[in-house]
Design a binder for this molecule. Sequence first.
Ligand SMILES: C[S@@+](CC[C@H](N)C(=O)[O-])C[C@H]1O[C@@H](n2cnc3c(N)ncnc32)[C@H](O)[C@@H]1O
Length: 254
Amino acid sequence: MITVDDVTARLVDAGFIAAREESQELCHRSNGDDVVLESLLERRLRGEPLAWVTGFVTFCGLSIRVDPGVYVPRWQSEPLARRAASRLPQRGFAVDLCTGSGAIARTLLFERPDARVVASDLDDRAVRCATSNGVRAYQGDLFAPIPRDLEGEIDVIVAVVPYVPTHSLSLLARDTFVFESSLSYDGGADGADILRRVVRDSPRFLRGGGALLMEVGGEQSDVLRDCFQRCGFEDVRTFLDEEGDVRGVEATLN
Ligand SMILES: C[S@@+](CC[C@H](N)C(=O)[O-])C[C@H]1O[C@@H](n2cnc3c(N)ncnc32)[C@H](O)[C@@H]1O
């Protein structure tokens, strides 16, 4: 019988930092079956994301299914999801663009069970995964697949889009593109190509007073300021992560 200690020791040897926690998750997932455990451990030792190996991640306290190939939601996006939920009326309407596993949309639905929340993603694996998490998800580019009856009705648009500048993709963790796709990360020359498209296209879907909340990196909130203004947004605010860096931007449509 392989024990938690055995698995921990092999993870420690391989340089995994959170070896004990990961070992516990892998043992839990294998349900006492050593053959299963060995194969899960081998996948993890090859560098596959833990969430793909166990099939789940915890996001905003919810257990979210994450299928292999689908972007693993990061805890750093939790404040954005909570903030988006706080802007959503009980029976309001929300869109989660670039939904991935649907973690943010799922959080909105948990916080506002009577709201109508829809989502989109280009990747059909993500759409299937989000659907399995109970999200009404559509396959397609940003707003293209969002039902037209929602135009002018949306209270909250939330988006964690790809926002890494193309020239910085090589700086991401070494294993990133062994397993993940640049589709989740590549935001074009300055990283803000998709962010700008979201700002430009949101007014068609938002009601007056509705909010757009996006995760951003680096100086992107400054880069977007003019774009927000031209597109009719006011009260553009940034919010910081635990290290004091700008992590998100929130704007309200006039
Ligand atoms: C950084 S991941 C974020 C996923 C999810 N929002 C989260 O926080 O876990 C970006 C997602 O955007 C999707 N994507 C990339 N370009 C897109 C586009 N033009 N339209 C819709 N989805 C897109 C990718 O497939 C990926 O699932």
